[in-house]
Ligand binder design. Structure first.
Ligand code: HEC
Ligand code: HEC
Length: 257
C-alpha cells in the first residue's frame, strides 16, 4: 500500500515534467526548420555569416537544417553534395549533451541565435538537439533511399493519423510551392525521406489544414478534411515509437508521387 502511494506520488510529480519536456522537444524539432514560422518572428534577410561554401542565400541559410541537414549529419550526410551542400559538420555528436552545453553553442559568435530567438525557444532547440534527434542511417539508405521498415504495418498509422488531411492515397493535399507541378506526401517521402522522417516526428511548421490546399476538388476527401479545418499537422514523437515511424515512412513511399 505504502509503495503504491509512493509510486502515485512520484507519478504525480514526474509526469507533467516529462510531458512538458516532450512538448518542448517537439517544438524544438520544428524550430530546427523555419523557426520564424512558429514564433511569428521576422526572419533575418541577410545570409548567415557562418554560411560560407554553399549556394543558398538569404533567410533559408538561418535554418539549422540548411547547414546541419535533415539527417543531422551535415556534409557527411545527404548534404554531402548538391545545391544544399554547405561544408558544415553535423550535430550527431551533440546528442545526449546537456541543454546548457548546447545553449552555449547556439549563442556563440558563430551562431548568434540569442540575437534572434528568446530563451524558451533556444531551450526547446537545445532539448531537440540533445534528445530529439535520431540516427537515420539505421533506417534510410543514402544511395537508394530505401527504408528499413514494414510498409504494410505503416499503413495503419497512415490511416489513423494522416489520411483525414492527406487523403486515402496521400494526394489530397498539393504540397508544391509552384502550382504547375503538384507534389504529394508520396513525392516528398521518395525525394527526401530524411526531411519526411523529421516531419513525421515533429510536424511541419505552420502546417494548418487549409481547404485551399485541397487538390482533388469536392468529394468525400473534402468532407473528411473539413473536420480537420484549422488543425495543425500532428507530430508523431511520443505517439508512435521509432520503428512505427519508420514503417509509416516506408508506407508513404508506396503512395502516388
Ligand atoms: C550557417 C550555417 C549554420 C547554421 C544555420 C547553424 N549552424 Fe550550427 N554550426 C555551424 C558551424 C560552422 C559549426 C561548427 C562546426 C565545427 O566545429 O566544425 C556548428 C556547430 C553546431 C553544433 C555543435 C556540433 C558538434 O557536435 O560539434 C551544434 C549542436 C549546432 N551547430 C546546432 C545548430 C542549431 C540547433 C542550429 C539552428 C538553430 C544551427 N546549428 C544553425 C553552422 C551553422
Ligand atoms: C490536420 C491536417 C494534417 C494531418 C492530420 C497531417 N498533415 Fe501533413 N500536412 C498538412 C498540411 C496542411 C501540410 C502542408 C503544409 C504547407 O504546405 O504549408 C502538410 C504537409 C506535410 C508534408 C510535407 C511537408 C513539406 O515539406 O512540404 C509531409 C511530409 C506530411 N505533411 C506528412 C504527414 C504525415 C506522415 C502525417 C501523418 C502522421 C500527416 N502529414 C498528417 C496537414 C496535415
Amino acid at each position: 500500500m505504502k509503495q503504491v502511494g509512493i509510486l502515485l506520488l512520484i507519478a504525480f510529480f514526474v509526469s507533467p515534467v516529462v510531458a512538458d519536456e516532450l512538448e518542448q522537444t517537439i517544438a524544438g524539432g520544428r524550430l530546427y526548420d523555419k523557426w520564424w514560422v512558429d514564433t511569428k518572428l521576422t526572419p533575418p534577410d541577410s545570409t548567415h555569416p557562418a554560411y560560407k561554401e554553399g549556394k543558398q542565400t538569404g533567410n533559408t541559410t538561418w535554418r539549422c537544417k540548411e547547414c546541419h541537414g535533415w539527417d543531422y549529419r551535415g556534409k557527411e550526410g545527404a548534404y554531402s553534395k548538391g545545391s544544399h551542400y554547405s561544408g558544415t559538420k553535423g550535430i550527431r555528436s551533440s546528442e545526449g549533451q546537456s541543454v546548457e552545453q548546447i545553449l552555449q553553442v547556439l549563442v556563440n559568435p558563430q551562431h548568434g541565435y540569442d540575437k534572434h530567438l528568446g530563451k524558451e525557444d533556444l531551450n526547446a532547440i537545445a532539448l531537440f538537439v540533445s534528445k530529439g534527434q535520431i540516427d537515420m542511417t539505421k533506417y534510410i539508405a543514402y544511395d537508394t533511399k530505401e527504408i528499413k521498415g514494414d510498409a504494410k504495418a505503416g499503413k495503419q498509422h497512415f490511416k489513423k493519423h494522416c489520411l483525414d488531411c492527406h487523403g486515402k492515397k496521400g494526394d489530397a493535399l498539393n504540397l508544391a510551392h509552384e502550382k504547375s507541378k503538384p507534389e504529394y506526401v508520396g513525392t516528398i517521402a521518395n525525394k527526401n525521406p530524411w526531411e519526411t522522417l523529421h516531419k513525421i516526428r515533429f510536424g511541419h511548421p505552420g502546417a494548418l489544414m487549409d481547404m485551399r490546399k485541397m487538390h482533388n476538388g469536392m468529394g468525400r476527401e473534402h468532407h473528411r478534411a473539413m473536420r480537420k479545418m484549422w488543425e495543425h499537422m500532428p507530430p508523431m514523437l511520443g505517439v508512435l515509437n521509432e520503428q512505427e515511424q519508420i514503417n509509416l515512412l516506408a508506407y508513404l513511399q508506396t503512395l502516388p508521387r
